[in-house]
Ligand binder design. Structure first.
Ligand SMILES: Nc1ncnc2c1ncn2[C@@H]1O[C@H](COP(=O)(O)OP(=O)(O)OP(=O)(O)O)[C@@H](O)[C@H]1O
Ligand SMILES: [Mg+2]
Length: 240
């Protein structure tokens, strides 16, 4: 079953075609990685799928519903590339606010808070005002917020930027656990080691998907011994 289906999707900003005729299917239970250089359209694609941005052309369905409908949003979680939390509220207050938006019941709130804050190893900071946390810690809270309502599908835009290596490994344990539960994770990343952990990856360049498949498939197809090498070769082919 596909949780995301995209056909001929296009979105421009002035003369820049940020997403340029993209076709994509993401299956239920996948950890799907979006790779691509700065400005290749990863964030734009994620924002369209989250209903935050309108496409100019094409069709996209998420969890079986059209992106225009927005009714699927309660079943999805979104961690934006830029942290979008309330700096003057505590960690707990931020989570409570998002629980309200996602209609998490009062009786569930404490349990959900414990679970997601334990996942990001910050349960002991629940009473801290956000502005007093480090950049990496805020990033971790942002991930916790995206998961607070147990979404079926998670969109994570560069979730591990600024996160230290042990915690990155811990995040990956979390992503695998979500997958085991039948949930789907769509994430963008610039880390090739991280991309290797994805079930499938889509490589973007100038708003287009230039490669799609398992990391091993893509390496084999390009005769590369690393994903980084495959990526550079694919980009070279597109440019050349
Ligand atoms: N709101 C906007 N207004 C104007 N141009 C935009 C806007 N959002 C994105 N763009 C342009 O669209 C293109 C794709 O940007 P996008 O943020 O989707 O790339 P990205 O792949 O996420 O890059 P990065 O790896 O740096 O996060 C870029 O050329 C960018 O300048
Ligand atoms: Mg981006």
């Amino acid at each position: 079953m596909n949780v995301v289906e995209v056909r001929g999707l296009r979105r421009s900003f002035g003369k820049v075609r940020a997403v340029d005729g993209l076709d994509l299917e993401v299956r239920k239970g996948e950890v799907f990685g979006l790779l691509g250089p700065n400005g290749s359209g990863k964030t734009t694609l994620i924002r369209i799928l989250c209903g935050l941005l309108k496409a100019d052309r094409g069709e996209a369905t998420v969890l079986g519903e059209s992106v225009g409908s927005r009714s699927y949003l309660m079943r999805t979680g979104y961690m934006p590339q830029e942290i979008a939390l309330y700096e003057d509220l505590t960690v707990h207050e931020n989570l409570k606010l998002f629980c309200g938006i996602y209609r998490v019941g009062k009786d569930e709130l404490m349990e959900r808070e414990r679970e997601v804050l334990t996942m990001v190893d910050l349960y002991d900071r629940r009473g801290f005002v956000l502005s007093t946390l480090s950049g990496g810690q805020k990033h971790r809270i942002s991930l916790a917020v995206a998961m607070v309502h147990s979404p079926e599908l998670l969109f994570l835009d560069e979730p591990t930027v600024g996160v230290d290596p042990p915690l990155r490994a811990h995040f990956w344990d979390t992503f695998r656990k979500l997958k085991e539960e039948g949930r789907t994770v769509i994430m963008s990343t610039h880390y090739m080691d991280e991309a290797m952990n994805c079930d499938r990856i889509g490589m973007m360049r100038n708003g287009k998907l230039i490669a799609l498949g398992t990391p091993v498939d893509i390496m084999r197809r390009t005769g590369s011994d690393s994903l980084e090498d495959a990526f550079l070769k694919m980009c070279g082919e597109v440019d050349g």
